[in-house]
Design a protein around this ligand. Structure first.
Ligand SMILES: Cc1cc2nc3c(=O)[nH]c(=O)nc-3n(C[C@H](O)[C@H](O)[C@H](O)COP(=O)(O)OP(=O)(O)OC[C@H]3O[C@@H](n4cnc5c(N)ncnc54)[C@H](O)[C@@H]3O)c2cc1C
Length: 383
């Protein structure tokens, strides 16, 4: 495997880094404190392709390869965890299922609208109050065919972007059986009658990325709003999550890299016992461990992305990449705070926010336990 990025990928990295440096990092503290989404970032990110990474060009997208997707999310995570999470919930969850499985009518109606940056975004609602990891057995939101419409009833939880979305793709039960063939994806416009979006959850971190509870009370949508096939919802969801896990891993690497850069500068400047703390081997070894972990996480993440780009199976690799990168980001952000001493615990210092932001990454789009489950299944299936 050749790890040299192509000329196009390097150019893309620079575009996204410059964007993150100008539009995300300077506002990252403010969006966290005010618990507000960075709308400017969406307005300006749309035209450079950041809202269309999973959308074909004919529908207004930038349709980047998976390594370029990973490159972008590392830079966005470096700039602002909140905005990066909202962008990945939009690209990987809110638009990818339509690009992959949607009818041409759905693609034409929704994808150009949400990729431009002029409108609201997309969202995907899998999780429910009683079901997160176990969507196959736990989803109870129902969609019934009545005439030429779906009638949807139920409740979803933790839907990132719901309050700033044009539509929500909901995973719903389309027949009574609780097996792998009874789930389907249906696109529900957020302004449809009967859609109620609760207030944004009060979160520990990523506070500029709104996540909401949503209820569907006799919501009617056309049969054509089915995304993909009836009964294929679980399969489509698992495929969507494989790619999403690469993006969450990439955001984690970006958060870790940002925290490490800040900690490195601090270590050079902070004096103790008459010398810079970077002169102490204990601090040098922390930096060495942080660098090692970030490099390993990125290298492996690119492997998972590369396999996807080749059209080869990458379920295990995506799980390993997410597991390692997200747990790595927690360790690196923890050490970044440690290097700052008491100041690291202050909200005046960015590493405090990065530590809070990193914590979600081991939970969203499949917890670390679920990643270990996926990996161990591959191990145990070996001859
Ligand atoms: C900020 C944020 C944003 C989110 N955004 C979205 C979104 O946009 N769309 C969406 O659909 N969801 C979203 N989620 C939900 C997220 O995907 C779920 O929280 C996650 O999948 C875990 O589900 P749960 O919270 O129900 O935990 P549970 O599934 O109840 O798990 C609780 C604990 O049990 C463990 N566990 C469960 N099953 C097993 C098992 N078989 N073996 C071992 N351990 C197990 C879990 O790992 C965890 O530690 C978001 C969550 C947060 C916090």
């Amino acid at each position: 495997m050749d790890f040299e990025l192509s000329t196009e990928q390097k150019a893309w990295q620079k575009i996204v880094h410059d964007f993150a440096e100008k539009e995300l990092r300077p506002k990252a503290r403010e969006v966290d404190e005010k618990e507000e989404f960075n709308w400017d970032a969406a307005r300006k990110g749309g035209p450079i392709g950041l809202l269309g990474m999973s959308i074909p060009e004919e529908f207004g997208g930038s349709n980047v390869d998976m390594i370029s997707n990973a490159i972008a999310f590392e830079e966005l995570g470096w700039g602002c965890g909140s905005t990066a999470l909202a962008f990945t919930a939009h690209n990987g969850l809110g638009t990818a299922p339509i690009s992959l499985y949607g009818s041409s009518g759905l693609k034409q109606t929704w994808l150009p609208l949400v990729s431009s940056g002029k409108n609201k975004l997309g969202a995907l609602a899998l999780t429910e109050p009683g079901a997160g990891s176990d969507i196959q057995g736990g989803v109870v939101t129902k969609a019934e065919k009545v005439g030429n419409e779906w009638v949807i009833n139920g409740a979803k939880m933790w839907c990132t972007n719901a309050g700033i979305a044009e539509y929500i793709i909901a995973l719903v039960r389309t027949d009574e059986n609780k097996n792998s063939k009874s789930l389907s994806m249906i696109l529900i416009p957020t302004d449809a009658k009967g859609v109620k979006i609760g207030p944004a959850e009060k979160k520990m971190g990523l506070r500029g990325s709104p996540a909401h509870g949503v209820t569907f009370d006799n919501v009617h949508v056309p049969l054509d709003n089915l995304v993909g096939d009836v009964g294929k919802g679980l399969q489509q969801t698992l495929a969507t999550l494989d790619a999403g896990r690469i993006s969450i891993g990439a955001i984690s690497i970006g958060l870790a890299r940002a925290a490490m850069e800040i900690a490195t500068n601090y270590a050079r400047e902070r004096k103790a016992f008459g010398q810079a703390i970077s002169d102490f081997q204990a601090i040098q070894f922390k930096l060495a461990n942080m660098e090692t972990e970030i490099e390993l996480a990125r290298t492996y993440l690119y492997k998972a992305a590369w396999l996807k780009d080749l059209g080869r199976p990458y379920n295990k690799e995506a799980a390993i990449a997410k597991l390692f990168a997200t747990e790595m980001a927690e360790r690196v952000c923890y050490e970044a705070i440690q290097i700052h001493g008491g100041y690291g615990y202050s909200r005046e210092y960015e590493v405090e926010r990065m530590y809070r932001d990193a914590r979600l990454m081991t939970i969203g789009e499949g917890t670390s336990e679920i990643q270990r489950l996926v990996i161990s299944r591959h191990v145990l299936a070996r001859e």
